[in-house]
Design a binder for this molecule. Structure first.
Ligand SMILES: *Cc1c(COP(=O)(O)O)cnc(C)c1O
Length: 510
């Protein structure tokens, strides 16, 4: 006997269906606790301003409050929630607080939470069209809507050779873009000069070179590592006075690499860098990419959403020549993490790089080539019904509602920037075209750093920092869903008052 069949003879009480119990949560309990939890979440949002924005627990503090071992027997739901309040809440930094100005926005909204809940409830696997047609078709459809909503190039639509797909994050989108770029390059045997032929000679990984500005997101370097291209083969191109990529330097680097027998295969341009929200000049970068036959990926993770408003569409000037593009509704489009929209101009590059069809996944719909199987557009096989939350968000706000809140955020940030400029103690360190303001106190890096730490310790607001040309900068990212003028005013007053009291306390003023 190949395995122990004695397990079959053990007796187990099997619960009768219909309001099943037997260790399960019955549907009656699920209804009750589900409603309670929704109320709990609504209360959380109602009272979120009463919590200190940043968690101040020490390493290990949360684990120390948890039992050493898992429970042997069931514990009631009431206890779970009690522990959430007692143990978990103090260990949270409240990203949804309207006084959260750190890192980047990580928006949430009622319709997005409900969409995510529904996705969990249905819990279908959308790996292929045939495994749940609606999961694929709603996603394709909503991503087509977004092409119109952001006025993106129409070749990103599913009705053309391209199309859109939801990835978990911009990091994954960039990684997929790299794989597609390499695939295309490898397909072009002999088409564009000898160096590309060499690229196919088995040494490809040693010859491919990628380019991004020194301000580009770390996911570019990480993606290259994952696909086996070392950091030495990433050229970090210098930036200009506004922290945008210097295109003359880009061209020179590509030229000299080509002359050295290397293969420029991938350029990543950023619309709204993470550090300071700099905008790389897509049109000029696109020209260089065309000259060198190089894939252009555009990373608009943080700022792409702004293009829902016609007056901010200048950020995408030149996007027509991009081979791929991504932006994160989970940052600034009121859609809960995770949700990155990734577009390619030619989907066959992407599916060529990622499609493998094992026997057990073969089906008529796939064979007909009339459907998208999104497993071929991403790294994992399985995928959730993430389009639901995006669909719900768009239906809740409508284009007008989204525009209203984006404009509101930009106005708040512009107002904050103005206040900084008007105060002779402070200075702006980078252009602030949208909703991120980088500034410093004129007393220097050390003072600015201390100011930020002191302000954050009050728990009243939370902001983070970066360095720009070696200078310490406070970053105010003003795009949390529910942030209003009063929150921004309070933050600015706090910076002003704290800097005055810190200065008064300095030894030289004693
Ligand atoms: C936030 C950010 C990323 C990374 O986003 P993930 O979705 O978390 O991977 C990449 N690029 C830019 C420009 C970003 O602002």
């Amino acid at each position: 006997m190949p395995y122990d069949r004695s397990i079959l003879t053990q007796t187990v009480d099997i619960p009768k269906k219909k309001n099943m119990s037997g260790y399960h949560m019955s549907s009656k309990e699920f209804r009750k606790y589900g409603k309670e939890l929704i109320d709990w979440i609504a209360d959380y949002y109602d009272y979120i301003e009463s919590y200190p924005v940043q968690s101040v627990v020490s390493p290990g503090e949360i684990r120390a409050a948890l039992p050493d071992a898992a429970p042997e027997t069931a514990e009631p739901f009431e206890d779970w929630i009690q522990d959430v309040e007692k143990i978990i809440l103090p260990g949270l930094t409240h990203w949804q607080s309207p006084s959260f100005f750190g890192y980047f926005p990580c928006n949430s909204s009622g319709p997005a939470i409900l969409g995510d809940l529904l996705s969990s409830g249905l819990n279908v696997q959308g790996m292929m069209w045939s495994t749940s047609p609606a999961c694929t078709e709603v996603e394709t459809h909503v991503l087509d809507w977004l092409v119109d909503m952001l006025d993106l190039p129409t070749h990103f639509k599913s009705s053309s050779a391209g199309g859109g797909v939801i990835q978990d994050t911009a990091s994954s989108a960039t990684l997929c873009a790299m794989l597609a770029a390499r695939f295309r390059m490898e397909q072009r045997k002999g088409a564009v000069g000898s160096s590309d032929v060499e690229a196919r000679s088995g040494e490809a990984a040693y010859r491919f070179v990628a380019y991004a500005s020194e301000e580009a997101h770390s996911s570019v370097e990480k993606g290259l590592r994952i696909i086996g291209i070392s950091t030495e083969r990433l050229r970090k191109i210098a930036t200009d006075g506004s922290f945008a990529m210097n295109v003359t330097e880009l061209r020179a680097a590509m030229q000299s690499d080509r002359e050295a027998g290397l293969v420029p295969f991938f350029v990543s341009a950023t619309v709204g860098t993470t550090s300071s929200n700099a905008m790389d000049p897509l049109d000029k970068i696109g020209d260089v990419c065309q000259e060198f036959n190089t894939w252009l990926h555009v990373d608009a993770a943080m700022s792409g959403t702004a293009a829902i408003c016609p007056e901010f569409r200048w950020i995408h000037k030149g996007l027509e020549s991009a081979d791929s593009y991504c932006f994160n509704p989970h940052k600034w489009m009121f859609t809960n993490f995770d949700c990155d929209c990734f577009y390619v101009a030619n989907r066959s590059d992407l599916t060529g790089a990622l499609s493998i069809l094992p026997e057990y996944l073969k089906n008529d719909a796939t064979a007909s080539e009339a459907v998208f199987d999104y497993r071929d557009w991403q790294i994992p096989l399985g995928r959730r019904f993430r389009a639901l939350k995006l669909w719900f968000v768009i239906r809740q706000y409508g284009i007008q509602g989204l525009q209203y809140h984006l404009r509101r955020h930009v106005k708040l940030a512009q107002t904050f920037g103005q206040w900084v400029e008007e105060d002779p103690q402070f200075e702006i360190l980078a252009p602030y075209p949208l909703a991120l303001v980088c500034f410093a106190h004129k007393a220097g890096d050390e003072f600015t750093n201390r100011l930020l730490e002191t302000v954050n310790r009050t728990g009243k607001i939370f902001a983070t920092h970066t360095t720009l040309r070696g200078r310490f900068a406070i970053r105010m990212s003003i795009a949390q869903t529910y942030t209003e003028l009063r929150h921004v005013e309070r933050a600015w007053k706090l910076f002003q008052e704290t800097s005055r009291s810190l200065q008064a306390a300095r030894p030289e003023n004693a």
